[in-house]
Every structure is written in C-alpha cells, then in structure tokens.
Design a protein around this ligand. Structure first.
Ligand code: AMP
Ligand code: MG
Length: 524
C-alpha cells in the first residue's frame, strides 16, 4: 500500500512540475553578483574589469532537433524540445543571455583574455538538485570571439553530445548535454589547418553544468592585477557553488582550494582509469567543479600508449599526452592557486594545496587501479602489480578497454585467454605476461573481486572510430548510429551482447590513419 502511494505521488508531482523552458525557475546569480560589461554584444574586444558581457545568440536559419537527453531534461523538469530557443532563437522570458570572460594558459603559455567565443549562456535554472546553467555552444559571435566565427560544426557537436553523456554514465564528473540542434547553415572549416577548407553543417549543443566557471575565470583578474573583481568572483563562486566554505581567512581559503584540488585529482584519475585523453588541458578548460569540460580533440586510448595524444596541434611536445595528464593537473592547479594568492595574507601556505592534490591523486589512482585488477584488500606491495602491468601493456600493442574487460572474466592465469585484446598476439612477451598473471592469480587467491572489476572496467567507451561512424552517417542526415551509441553508452559496464560484434572491437584498419580517428584538431 505504501509503495502505491509513493508511486502515485511521484507520478503526479512529476506531471505537475514538468514544463517548457519558460516554466523553469530562472535565476541571474552570476549576472547580479559579479561585475559585467556595460556594453551589450558588439565587436571582439578587451573587456577589463568584467566577468561577462551580455550578448544575444544568433538564431539558426533552419533549426532541427537531432539529439535529446531525456535524463538531463528530467533533471531540469523540462518536457518540451524547443529547437528554436536551443539553437539561438529569441530567448524566452527569464533568460538573460551572456558570454563569460576568462583567460587561460594555452599549451603552457599565458594567452590573456579568451572568454566564451562561441558559447552563450541562456541562464541559470534552480532545480530540485541545485542550480544548473544552460549554455549554447556554437550560437554565434560574442565580444570574446577574437578572429573566429562563434559557430560549431556538426562533427564536433556530436562528439561533445555523445562523449559528455557517455562520461556521465561511466561515473566520471562531466558537464552534460541536453540537446543537439542542426542550424541549417554551412560553416567553413579547415580541419587539419592545411589549407583544405571545406563547408560543414553547423550545429548547436545546449550543455548543462552547475556553472562553466574555469580556472581561467580567476586568472584573468589576478594576472591583470584586478583584485577587486577577483574577490567578487570568488565570493560569488563560494556563495553559489561552495556554500559550505568561506574566504574569511587564509585557512578557510585553503580548505576551499583543497576541495577544488581533490575534485580535479579525482576527475583525472577517472580519465586514466578508462583511457580518456582530454587533448587540450589548458587552464581555460579546467572546471572549478572538477568536471570534464570543453570536449574538443579528445580521444580514447586504443593501444595502451602513455605517449599518445589525439591532438595534432600537440603532436610535437605532447604536453597533453595520456600519461602526462595527472602532472598537467598539478600544473594547472598551481596556476589556479597563483590566481587566488592575491586574496591570501601568506600566499606561501598555498603550497599545501598543491601537495594535497598530489597525495589525493596518488591515493585515488591507486585504489582505482586496485579495483581494476580486483584486489579488494590492497597492501603497499600491491602497487608493483600496477607498475609491472603498465610496463607489459606498453610493450604489447594492447587494446586497453578489451584487456581489462577480458581480465574480469579470466578463469585461468594464461595469456591465451586474453588473446582478443592484443593487436599482434604472436609478438607479445607471452612468458612475462604469464608470470604476471600467475603472480596476480596467487595474490587474489584465484578469486579476483569480479564485481568491482566489472564496475571499473567498462566494456564500451566512445572509441574514436565509433564517433566517426556516427558523424559520417549524420552528415548524410542519418542519426541512427548517433542514437544507437547514445543508448549503448548509457550502460557502459553491462554486457549488451547485441552490440558486441559492432562495438566491442579493436580499432578497424580503416580508422588507423583517418582524420577524426587517430588525428584530431582544435578546429571545431
Ligand atoms: P577551446 O580550445 O575550444 O577551449 O577554445 C579556446 C578559445 O577559443 C575559447 O575562448 C573559445 O571560445 C575560442 N573559440 C574556439 N572556437 C571558436 C569559434 N569557432 N568562434 C569563436 N571562438 C572560438
Ligand atoms: Mg575552451
């Protein structure tokens, strides 16, 4: 009887609350609590002393809703798919649209003012689970567009929509995607920056997060010596998003920074767990909430190569390679701390936060890797298993996702059982592999914690070539693969046998050197 009543109440409550964009509880906290640009819209320009500029999105020529996240819509209590507004059409009452101003270190160099060059926030919405900001990506120029057009193409919008939703279901902190609308307009892009420009379909993704405040949001004020604006932004951030914190003294500032350091460490440890490479870990792409943000030339490890970076712009120095992500996280945290230092009486104390990032990363990462190999009662010496495994994986042209998934099911410590994970099984150091497996088998007493392993080692990730298949079809107006992948990646840890033949597979030959699969660029 009790169950019945709860069920009916929930049902009617949902029915009562769900509505249109205009019915949402719109707020303007960022706009009212931080200083902004007195001018509305206008040309690209420097906007000193501001955290934002009011700007109107550019309406789409012929908007068509192509992808929709029921789950994100439910979080917002939204049940209408308003393709016009969600692609830049006239904002509805309650929205107060703006672009955020921020700066950033790009590839290790201070780049000055960057800001939302092709992102426009529609507004903040109060929901039962907190404030959520809705932002359009690709809906036209803002004062921060510099020399670019403020648009986004279908290819990069599909990559953002699918990957951010896939990350969420992998249990990795991320911004979400509500919708993807094509604009009916063609956009000129030179994908590989080699003089071969081509017209591509334009699209707009509506992405959703508690906020899109980044490390670079603080840096721009600190590096310009604007302590007053910095303080206002910090106060807003704490009041709105970290209300268990305050900045009354050095100690409380440190506690707040430690929370940010820890969530950043946690996010990066997750990336390493699943073989995700962000590709552009510039400080303007580091969320203050420890969310994966700004999906650009990201990629997924196929063969286990610590040196791999998907971003061709970074192919020389490989600053953002898979194996360097934890260290770049520390570098970025250090830049964030520098930007907060003007608020400290004794800025030296901020070194504690950096150390805390390192120790947090180490302990989170260690326990995640123990989960991956099913050791449920780790001891210090167990870290050798990970070191040795890392070494073997690198020497063996191995598919990371398949290797760990097959390991979950292994019944005998014999490398033959994992054959499917290797690209060139004949040439792996089989004896060393068997030694490792036997030692591990003894350690787990022939009974690894399989349940934990299955929940730590996804069977399906958005492999680079899978996203490309979806894009190729969508560019021909066919969204079936997009939809299939979206559904598949909602349950990345479950077997879904019907998808095995298509997607539980190593990289196919055609994808080896294909642009969009092995090579990606920031052009999006
Ligand atoms: P990203 O590497 O995508 O994070 O972008 C770095 C900076 O370039 C940000 O300030 C973006 O807003 C800006 N940007 C990237 N693409 C465009 C574009 N098509 N139009 C305007 N600004 C852009
Ligand atoms: Mg960015």
């Amino acid at each position: 009887m009790n169950i019945m009543i709860t069920h009916i109440e929930k049902f009617s409550l949902a029915g009562y609350l769900m509505g249109k964009l205009a019915d949402l509880n719109w707020k303007r906290r960022f706009l009212t609590q931080t200083p902004g640009d007195p001018k509305v819209g206008g040309q690209s320009r420097q906007v000193p002393g501001a955290c934002w500029s009011r700007v109107r999105p550019t309406p789409a020529v012929e908007p068509k809703m192509r992808m929709w996240s029921e789950e994100v819509a439910r979080d917002l209590d939204l049940d209408t798919r308003e393709e016009e507004v969600l692609s830049g059409g006239t904002p509805i009452d309650g929205m107060d649209t703006y672009a955020q101003r921020y700066g950033g270190h790009q590839f290790g160099n201070w780049a000055g003012q960057l800001g939302d060059g092709r992102a426009i926030t529609l507004g903040e919405v109060d929901t039962k689970s907190g404030v959520l900001e809705l932002q359009l990506k690709g809906s036209g120029k803002t004062p921060y567009s510099r020399f670019a057009d403020g648009k986004a193409v279908l290819r990069s919008s599909i990559r953002e929509f699918l990957c951010s939703e896939a990350m969420f279901h992998l249990g990795i902190p991320t911004t979400r995607a509500l919708s993807l609308v094509t604009t009916g307009e063609m956009v000129l892009r030179d994908i590989m920056y080699d003089g071969n420009s081509k017209l591509e379909p334009g699209a707009v993704v509506c992405r959703v997060a508690p906020s899109f405040i980044r490390f670079g949001s603080f840096q721009i004020h600190a590096l310009r010596g604007d302590k007053e604006t910095l303080e206002k932004l910090v106060n807003h951030t704490i009041k709105t998003h970290f209300n268990n914190h305050n900045v009354d003294n050095d100690e409380s500032i440190i506690l707040w920074c430690k929370e940010i350091a820890k969530s950043t460490a946690e996010m990066i440890a997750h990336w390493m767990r699943v073989g995700f490479v962000h590709g552009v870990m510039n400080t303007d792409n580091m969320s203050i909430h420890g969310l994966t943000i700004d999906y650009g030339p990201y990629g997924w490890l196929e063969d286990y190569d610590l040196n791999w970076t998907p971003n061709t712009t970074d192919s020389g120095r490989r600053r953002y390679r898979y194996g360097n992500q934890p260290e770049i996280g520390a570098w970025n945290i250090a830049r964030f701390l520098e930007s907060i230092s003007p608020m400290m009486k004794d800025p030296e104390k901020l070194y504690d936060v950096l150390e805390y990032y390192v120790s947090s990363y180490e302990s989170i990462s260690e326990s995640m890797w123990m989960d991956k190999i099913g050791i449920s009662n780790p001891q210090d010496s167990d870290s050798n298993f990970i070191t040795e495994l890392n070494d073997l994986l690198q020497r063996s042209d191995t598919d990371m996702t398949i290797f760990f998934r097959e390991l979950c099911h292994i019944k005998k410590p014999n490398i033959e059982k994992l054959k499917f994970a290797f690209y060139d099984f004949e040439n792996i150091p089989a004896e060393e592999w068997n030694n490792w497996l036997e030692k591990w088998w003894l350690r787990v007493e022939a009974s690894p914690d399989r349940e934990t392993m299955l929940n730590s080692n996804p069977k399906y990730v958005l492999r680079n070539w899978m996203a490309q298949l979806a894009i190729d079809a969508a560019e021909n107006e066919n969204y079936k693969i997009c939809e299939d992948l979206y559904q598949l990646l909602k349950n990345p840890y479950s077997e879904q046998k019907e998808f095995e033949n298509d997607y539980y597979q190593k990289r196919p030959e055609w994808a080896k050197n294909r642009v969009g699969c092995s090579m990606l660029s920031c052009s999006s």
